[in-house]
Design a binder for this molecule. Structure first.
Ligand code: 44T
Length: 851
């Protein structure tokens, strides 16, 4: 080692400098003192500047001061955030990362700020980096898992695992390239698979574009790993921004693309292809001059598509898109007015989407076809005039014979993608396909029209098909029975009935609710359970007050449950304070207020939603002052959990503990701990306890949705290790009742979360469960029993539930034989669950708890 004597010395001398410089040392120690003093005084901005100075001058102090430095940074960043000083906030993080470039806590925290500000990709990049630095860091893990779905949507796994689809595309591309199309552009390349097919088929030049940054980076990695670096030019841009010769040297002879969603046009394929024909593709093969060689003509794979539609009855769709109940937890709902889901085709409103997507075959409760499938549209992607004419086309009307009896809930849409003359892919509900169908729910129109929804064979359904703003729109506009338009008649009757009433003036307002909020409103067992549990609590508290005497409450007399408190002039008995901190729209506060002698606070934020609650309160005889909006009262949203007033405590706090997707809500236990301190004696948190249940299953579907299964499905290309970095072990939004799987055990209690005694909780638990059949355990689906009190509980795995279920997909499938005992090591850190499974040699008791 010839040079070691000189180089380290220089380093050592450099490092010694600060120690040898008393003035510098003095500055460091004074700044450190000031930093600590400022920190003590909660002057985080100044403390941060002092710490920066100290650590830049004396890096040896990094270990000593890192904790306080981080604390200061986070506090200062929160202040900057609330002041809207975003640039300053990120400058602070940059400075902190110069000092601590591999500090996963700082990186993760910066990600959280980025995320809150809507920079999802950047945020996810930070969570990913923090996790790479410390794979077991629970905060980063939880954050990364929550955003991975947005970075790389789960359907990428499904599409890549779909051998048939990959094979058909490959065949069509190979045929086109061998037929002479030797310059190729792959629009929306994803992982690069179609571009690689073209190259492998022998195309001379292959270009690919991808608008998502994460997918673009993945495509670059994949192409390199498959030895095609430099052979495929990948551009990180939307195809609409591409120009010849700036981005590609000349027009290409083949565009390949699969930029289609369940509704065919939702990824903008019409616009992309019009642009491609006008700017990126050679002119099409013309009928006048068929002699032009394929290398001199342009074409597109897929060549076109046929869209199908079908009217269906489906309770699951209905309860997510319209209010189906006239009473919720004792409250009449009529006064709520028109409630709409954000999916509506008839609406002129930009805030709604024309369709949602579902896999019809997996909808709990199934569906009933009300018509035969009908041909809604044919489109030729090789005909630019047709593409351009699509949006200006007249709205077409079709009359469809009704073939089944039932309630018209939705129009379902799917398509056949014609790759070329010979080969096509179908996304239909009866196909063995990974595709979902587009669902156009039939909404109650905004006007007074009473829409006839009950149809029967012999009726005719009139459906309008249009293509406004390049979205395919299907709208059922009328039902004809015996040749008469039933809706027009109903409208006329309704108009007559409303004549002279205020309703007849102009269209009525409506309020938008998310699909999950709508399903929650329709969930009667949920509201009835809360109503009973609240009534019980209030009765108990009243009893307790009457025993304790007037010192505890001003009024002694116990009011009947249904009686509202007396008017504002009469102070009446001291009310019970109830706080509902449910996320989104919730009527629980109103239900509490309707019990009488209750002052309820709702955390509903949207003014429109508050207005609905006020209308419902008025119509249900709840005095105005019995319901207040908590977020209007507290200045800081983060400080939602406070006492109702300085001298009062809450009788009940309602916490929203399980998200619709099937996961425990983030920071639930922290909230419960805080809530516990704000309760009066005998007060309660709802729910008081939640119990997690799970079971062993063998499900290939879950595997296919979570990771690319080797090289075989992807035409031999090496893609899996790259995209699988975005695998998330917990699957959300599952419909467990219709998931294709084999049950390999009974359900078993996995975990208990005690919200009334947060100290009683643990983070790890070993559970033993016996296999009831032989097979491969690939996943552990889980759900919750939510205990409002000792007697009343709700399951999140139930037909009326607005909740979906979730599942942990095991890292490696576990082979079991019937009768084997399986040990599940369950961990709940923060709010994220992880489970590993192993065969237990000896049978034993369930539930070893490790605190
Ligand atoms: N999902 C289907 C839709 N892109 C597929 O960024 C089927 C959904 C689906 N890039 C369940 C099952 C399934 N220029 O990475 C994306 C996207 C990109 C573009 C450049 C453009 N003009 C575009 C337009 C889109 O293309 C990639 C594929 S889009 C495919 C959508 C399995 N749920």
């Amino acid at each position: 080692m010839p040079n070691t004597s000189t180089r380290p010395k220089r380093g050592r001398r450099n490092r010694r400098v600060p120690r040898e410089d008393p003035a510098r040392n003095e500055l460091v120690s004074r700044s450190l003192e000031s930093a600590q003093q400022c920190l003590f005084n909660q002057d985080y901005g100044t403390a941060f500047v002092h710490y920066l100075l100290v650590l830049n001058l004396a890096p040896v102090l990094k270990d000593f001061a890192s904790e306080s430095f981080r604390f200061t940074l986070f506090k200062w960043a929160d202040e900057l955030d609330s002041l809207g000083r975003i640039q300053d906030l990120f400058d602070c993080y940059e400075q902190a990362l110069e000092l601590f470039p591999t500090d996963e806590v700082i990186i993760n925290s910066m990600g959280e700020h980025l995320f809150r500000m809507g920079f999802r990709d950047e945020a996810a990049g930070h969570f990913h980096k923090a996790l790479k630095l410390k794979p077991d860091y629970p905060e980063a893990k939880e954050n990364f898992y929550r955003v991975a779905n947005w970075l790389v949507e789960r359907w990428h796994f499904l599409m890549l695992n779909d051998r048939r689809r990959n094979h058909k595309y490959q065949q069509a591309i190979q045929k086109a390239v061998e037929g002479g199309c030797n310059t190729v552009l792959d629009i929306g390349t994803g992982t690069g698979i179609l571009g690689m097919c073209a190259k492998k088929a022998g195309a001379a030049e292959v270009y690919a574009c991808e608008l998502s940054k994460t997918m673009y980076e993945l495509a670059c990695e994949v192409v390199t790993a498959n030895g095609m670096n430099g052979l495929i030019k990948i551009l990180h841009m939307k195809s609409l921004e591409m120009e010849v010769p700036k981005d590609i040297p000349k027009r290409v002879s083949l565009v390949v693309t699969e930029t289609v969603d369940a509704g065919l046009f939702g990824e903008g394929i019409i616009e992309s292809l019009i642009h491609a024909w006008n700017h990126l593709l050679l002119p099409p093969q013309s009928t006048q001059d068929p002699s032009r060689p394929p290398s001199q003509a342009g074409r597109v794979i897929p060549a076109g598509a046929t869209v199908f539609g079908m009217a269906v009855q489906c309770l699951e769709i209905r309860r997510h898109h319209r209010l189906c109940v006239s009473e919720i937890g004792g409250l009449a709902t009529a006064a709520a007015g028109e409630l709409h889901s954000p999916v509506s085709c008839s609406s002129e409103d930009d805030s709604t989407e024309p369709y949602t997507t579902e896999r019809l075959s997996r909808l709990p409760g199934g569906y009933t076809p009300l018509t035969e499938p009908f041909n809604a549209l044919d489109i030729d992607f090789n005909n630019v005039q047709e593409l351009e004419g699509l949006c200006s086309r007249e709205v077409s009307r079709v009359r469809l014979p009704v073939t089944g009896e039932g309630l018209l809930d939705a129009l379902a849409v799917w398509f056949q993608l014609h790759l070329d003359q010979q080969s096509s892919l179908s996304t239909g509900p009866k196909e063995d396909t990974c595709w979902e169908q587009a669902i156009y729910p039939v909404q109650t129109p905004h006007s007074r029209i009473i829409y006839i929804r009950h149809v029967q064979p012999g009726d005719e359904l009139i459906v309008e098909i249009s293509c406004r703003d390049a979205y395919l729109r299907l709208c059922s506009v009328a039902v004809a029975r015996d040749g008469r338009d039933l809706n027009a008649e109903a409208e006329l009757c309704s108009a007559l009935a409303c004549l002279g009433t205020e309703q007849s003036s102009g269209p009525r307002d409506y309020t938008m609710l998310e699909c999950a909020e709508m399903a929650l409103l329709n969930n009667q067992p949920y509201h009835d359970s809360f109503r009973r549990a609240l009534a019980k609590l209030i009765t108990n508290l009243k009893d307790a007050r009457s025993v304790q005497g007037p010192s505890q409450g001003q009024g002694l007399e116990v009011m009947p449950l249904t009686d509202p408190p007396s008017g504002p002039m009469d102070p009446g008995p001291d009310p019970f304070y109830v706080l509902d901190v449910s996320e989104g729209f919730s009527v629980l506060s109103l239900m509490a207020a309707s019990q009488g002698q209750v002052k309820a606070y709702s955390s509903v934020e949207k003014t429109q939603h508050q207005a609905v609650l006020r209308r419902l309160a008025r119509a249900n005889g709840v005095p105005e002052e019995a319901l207040e909006f908590w977020l209007n009262q507290v200045e800081d949203e983060q400080a939602v959990l406070q006492r109702p007033s300085r001298e009062k405590l809450w009788s009940a706090i309602i916490l929203d503990c399980v998200e619709t997707c099937g996961l425990v809500r983030q920071k639930l236990m922290e909230k419960a701990t805080l809530a516990r301190c704000l309760l009066e004696d005998g007060g309660q948190i709802f729910p008081e306890r939640i119990v997690l249940y799970g079971m062993l299953v063998e499900s290939d579907t879950l595997l296919l949705e979570s990771a690319v299964q080797g090289q075989e499905p992807t035409l031999g290309f090496n893609i899996a290790p790259f995209i699988n970095q975005f695998t998330v072990p917990v699957h959300v939004f599952l419909d467990l009742s219709t998931l294709q799987c084999r049950h390999l055990s009974d359900s078993v209690e996995l975990f208990i979360l005690d919200l009334m005694n947060t100290n009683a909780n643990y983070t790890n638990r070993d559970v033993k469960v016996q296999a009831s059949a032989s097979g491969r355990v690939t996943a552990v689906p889980f759900w919750y029993q939510i205990h409002l009190n000792e007697e009343i509980s709700l399951s999140t795995f139930n037909q009326d539930s607005h909740w979906k279920q979730a599942a942990v997909v095991l890292h490696q499938p576990l082979a079991v034989r019937e009768g084997d005992w399986v040990r599940l090591a369950v961990t709940l850190q923060k709010s994220s669950i992880s489970i590993s499974a192993s065969i237990e040699e000896e049978a034993g008791e369930t539930g070893t708890v490790d605190c």
